[in-house]
Design a protein around this ligand. Structure first.
Ligand code: THU
Length: 137
């Protein structure tokens, strides 16, 4: 992706991260997804006193994109409260894969380290709708 797109995604992810609701772990995460239209959507983790009810930043960003009418996600950028880049959890890898198996994954550490991956690298042999006849939409 070009520098301007990277900056737009980083700004959206950091803005969302500032609003993270993480009173239990104290680990604040922001994500931004780039929709097929070129628009960027942010999300943050939202924890819950009933811990398993918590949602990750990536799935928040996916929800925002889908609610706005996006059908594909081209890239995702993630920032966490850690010096090293934070990779998406297994749940989120599967959730992202629904909207683009080959999407670009950009991981940004607070120390400035940037890692770039493809979702296919992070979730090889993913389960998806091609294995059955889903009702779409
Ligand atoms: N978390 C995310 O939001 N995204 C990730 O990729 C890793 C983990 C959140 C979930 C929980 O609120 C906190 O980080 C600690 O696990």
């Amino acid at each position: 992706m070009d520098e301007a797109t990277f900056q737009r995604m980083l700004d959206a992810a950091r803005a969302a991260q500032a609003n993270a609701y993480a009173p239990y772990s104290g680990f604040r995460v922001g994500a931004a997804v780039l929709g097929g239209s070129g628009a960027v959507f942010g999300g943050c983790n939202v924890e819950n006193a009933s811990y398993p009810v918590s949602t990750c930043a990536e799935r928040g960003a996916i929800s925002a994109a889908v609610a706005a009418g996006e059908k594909a996600i081209v890239a995702v950028l993630i920032v966490g409260t850690a010096a090293d880049p934070v990779p998406p959890c297994g749940f989120c890898r599967q959730a992202l894969s629904e909207f683009g198996a080959s999407m670009q994954v950009v991981l940004v550490g607070e120390g400035g380290v940037v890692k770039e991956r493809s979702l296919a690298d992070l979730l090889p042999e993913a389960f998806g709708p091609s294995f059955f006849a889903p009702r779409r939409g």
